[in-house]
Structure formats: structure tokens, C-alpha cells
Design a protein around this ligand. Structure first.
Ligand SMILES: Cc1ncc(COP(=O)(O)O)c(C=O)c1O
Length: 448
């Protein structure tokens, strides 16, 4: 039985015989998705999981950014169990229960900006993004959207139109929603302007803002743009942290043209960066926030939080059966409490330790080109050499694979990066133990 406090992973052989049987069945019946490692879970607690063959792993993926409060957090589990005894579903779309309104009130309380807000509840990140798209079109009567190259906002046809991190997401799916124009994101490490954004952050921000102004002059009438969508830190695109003053300039531009700024916190939000919302690191108040993933620790739920004055105001304009399901709302209220009881602070503290280890790896290993992130949302980029900065996805994949065989579950991001997003309940010993495994993997895979 695992406890979640294990100080190191322990693996015999993966995938073991039990795992192989389950993977075979899965491959036969389940649609092709994005399977990355042969991790077949039996039980998970905190940052630790045991697979079906008795191997013990550290999960540095948090179920892709979902279990910020740790796997099977006891308070969240209890809240779900207690709610399940009362009622499982009652259509919060058409009728009432207090859980929904209370969660909406609490979510609004946590968001920056002292203006009246409303919450739309959906079930997935993409649905929160779709809600933001529809709310923006509905309330502004404008048709166009701006999004960033490298962005990931989901895979439904509206959200997909905003997404621009990998062409595989879009291949053979055109036409997606029309009206989206992509602009470069201020990636300090590599950008189309050839600017070193670590050395010249203001120059990089100006280049992006000038590009957008140019676009407004020549190609997209700004008074027809409903919203600009941006992640505070690009997630799937490679964990890209923009320069500190980027969002101030972006908000200024948006407000000059009466455009809504939508902050997609689906991956970066809910305490992961050491603040409730990642945008708080940039000192601005976005008009709209979309959130999902960690909001309810695994029971599907998403939310779009927007100005009350932009509400649909007409019954039936937008809605969904399961949005704000009682089990998810109960889980989310317990999740919020857990985060506010020390886990957000712990994310900031452990994030510093994690980052120090990653920075040391940039110094030590020629193939580790960059380390970046905030709090417990960190990544390294694997390159052929620091000088060339040429991406090295093959070695990146080798590192992820080797680390897994040693008991550390990781996920790639971008073309050649590895992300580190453990649950926020991780302790210092576990961070260091995981980083020791990573270093071994870098040494081994880097030599292949
Ligand atoms: C920033 C961001 N937005 C939207 C989404 C889509 O969320 P979902 O997969 O729940 O639809 C994701 C998923 O990874 C994401 O990272």
C-alpha cells in the first residue's frame, strides 16, 4: 500500500506482465488519443502511484495538470462521497442547488478585478474556451479573434481554431471556426524576430505589440475583434513564460480597441505557479478567465469567469447538461480549501528548489538548453548544443522514456521540451529524489 510520502520510486521492470495485458486491451478498443508512456495505474496517492505490477512511481504530470492537491486527496474524496450520498445530478442548468452558486461565488472571490462577474460551468477546458468564444461574440457582436502561435486552447472546432501549437491537432479537420488570426507569442528563448528575450524583454514585447498594431492597420479591423485569447504561460507549446510586462502592454492594446482579453488558465492556474492564478505574476486584471483541469481534482468541471455586463441574459443562448455537476462542485469547493490551506505556498517553495536543480542542469549538460517556468510549472528544453539551439526531440523522448523506467513519470511539451508539474503537496526530499532520477536519465539518454 502506498502512502504518498515515499521518498523515492522503486521499479523492477516496466511494462510488467499485468500492464501489457491492459495495454493490449486498450489498444484494441480505445480510440487513438495521445498515449505517451506505458504507465498503467492501480492506485495513486499524493505524488506517488503504484502500477498494476507493483512498481512505485513519482507522478510529475499530475494527470496532465489535474491533481494539484495530490492524487486521491482525502478531503476531496470525502466531499465527493458525502455529496454522492445526497444526490448525483439534478440539472443545475434548469433548476437550483446551492453548491453551484456557492462555488461560483468563491471562484469569483479568488479572481483579480473588483467588478461584477458571472460564471459559466462546463465539463472540459475546451468547453470553457467555447463559452468564452460565444460570450465574446454574443456580447460584443464582433466576429474576429486573435490568438498566439504556440497556443493550445483545446480541440473542439472553436477552441481548435485558436490552437496553434502543433499541426497534428489541425490536420484534415479544416474548416474549423473561421475568424481567428494568429500572432507570434513573445517567446524569450526562440522567436521569429531573432530577439534574445531574456536580454531584451522590452524589445521583444514591443515587436509583438507592433506586429499586432500592424495587423490591425492592414488586415484585421480592430473594431471587429471580439477577444484576444492568451495563456499566461504557454503550456502545450513548451512552457513559455513571456516577459514580465507583456500582459500590461497586451491589455493596454486590447482596451484601446475595446477588445476582451481572455486569460486561459486551464493549465497554469489553480495554484500551480505559487499564486492562485498565473496572471497574478504579471500584475494585470484580464477581462475573462477560463479554467478547468485542477479546478475539481479529477471530476470533470470547467469554468469561464467573465464580466457580468457581458452575460448572455437570454435563456438557452448557451448551456450544457452536466456543467456544474454536484459531485464536481463539491470536489471543487474542497479543492479550493486545500489549496488555500498551504498548498499554493508550497508550490512557490518547492518550485524554487525544483528550478534551482533545473538551472544547475542547464549549467552542467550541453543538451539542456533552457530552463523556464514559475512555481511548480517548470520545463527544460533539450537541444543539440547550446550554441546552435537546434531542437533535439529524439533525445528528449529518450530522456522521458529512461526516466519512466527509473520510476519518474514525465511528459514532453513543445517540440523538444520536458515539463515538470508534480502535485503541489510534494516535499523537498521528493523534489530532489526526482531530480536525481532526471539527471541519471539525461546522462544516459544524452549519450545515445
Ligand atoms: C491552456 C489549455 N487550454 C485548453 C485546454 C483544453 O482542455 P481540455 O483537454 O479539458 O478540453 C488545455 C488542455 O491541455 C490547455 O492546456
Amino acid at each position: 500500500m502506498i502512502t504518498g510520502n515515499e521518498s523515492r520510486p522503486s521499479v523492477r521492470v516496466v511494462p510488467g506482465e499485468n500492464a501489457k495485458k491492459i495495454m493490449e486491451k486498450d489498444e484494441k478498443y480505445i480510440a487513438t488519443t495521445t498515449k505517451a508512456s506505458p504507465a498503467v495505474v492501480k492506485e495513486a496517492k499524493g505524488i506517488v502511484f503504484e502500477d498494476v505490477d507493483g512498481n512505485i512511481f513519482f507522478d510529475f504530470t499530475s494527470g496532465v495538470g489535474v491533481v494539484n492537491v495530490g492524487h486521491s486527496n482525502p478531503k476531496v474524496v470525502k466531499a465527493i462521497q458525502e455529496q454522492a450520498e445526497k444526490f448525483l445530478h439534478f440539472a443545475g442548468t434548469d433548476f437550483y442547488y446551492e453548491l453551484q452558486a456557492e462555488l461560483a461565488r468563491k471562484l469569483i472571490e479568488t479572481t483579480p478585478g473588483d467588478f461584477e462577474k458571472k460564471v459559466y460551468f462546463g465539463n472540459s477546458g475546451a468547453e470553457a474556451v467555447e463559452a468564452a468564444i460565444k460570450m465574446a461574440r454574443w456580447s460584443t457582436k464582433r466576429k474576429f479573434f486573435i490568438s498566439f502561435l504556440g497556443a493550445f486552447h483545446g480541440r473542439t472546432m472553436g477552441a481548435l481554431a485558436l490552437t496553434a501549437s502543433k499541426t497534428v491537432h489541425k490536420q484534415r479537420f479544416f474548416p474549423w471556426m473561421p475568424g481567428v488570426v494568429h500572432v507570434p507569442y513573445p517567446n524569450p528563448y526562440r522567436n521569429p524576430f531573432g530577439i534574445d528575450g531574456y536580454e531584451e524583454p522590452d524589445e521583444l514585447v514591443n515587436a509583438v505589440i507592433n506586429y499586432m498594431e500592424f495587423l490591425f492597420k492592414h488586415a484585421v479591423p480592430s473594431d471587429e475583434v471580439a477577444a484576444i485569447f492568451s495563456e499566461p504561460i504557454q503550456g502545450e507549446g513548451g512552457y513559455i513564460v513571456p516577459p514580465k510586462n507583456f500582459f500590461k502592454e497586451l491589455l493596454k492594446l486590447a482596451e484601446e480597441h475595446g477588445i476582451l482579453l481572455v486569460d486561459d488558465e486551464i493549465q497554469a492556474g489553480f495554484g500551480r505557479t505559487g499564486k492562485m492564478w498565473a496572471i497574478e505574476h504579471f500584475g494585470i486584471i484580464p477581462h475573462v478567465i477560463t479554467t478547468a483541469k485542477a479546478i475539481s481534482s479529477g471530476i470533470p468541471l470547467s469554468a469561464c469567469i467573465y464580466p457580468a455586463k457581458n452575460d448572455f441574459g437570454v435563456k438557452g443562448a448557451h448551456s450544457t447538461t452536466f456543467g456544474g455537476n454536484p459531485l464536481a462542485c463539491a470536489a471543487s469547493l474542497a479543492t479550493l480549501e486545500e489549496l488555500q490551506n498551504g498548498l499554493i505556498e508550497n508550490a512557490a517553495k518547492q518550485g524554487e528548489i525544483l528550478r534551482k536543480r533545473l538551472d544547475e542542469m542547464v549549467e552542467k549538460y550541453e543538451i539542456v538548453g533552457d530552463a523556464r517556468g514559475i512555481g511548480l510549472m517548470q520545463a527544460i528544453e533539450i537541444v543539440k548544443s547550446k550554441e546552435s539551439k537546434e531542437m533535439n526531440p529524439k533525445v528528449r523522448d529518450g530522456i522521458v522514456d529512461t526516466a519512466f523506467k527509473k520510476g519518474l513519470l514525465l511528459l514532453g511539451c513543445g517540440e523538444s521540451s520536458i515539463r515538470f508539474i508534480p502535485p503541489l503537496c510534494i516535499n523537498e526530499e521528493q523534489v530532489n529524489s526526482a531530480m536525481d532520477v532526471l539527471e541519471e536519465a539525461i546522462k544516459e539518454a544524452g549519450q545515445q
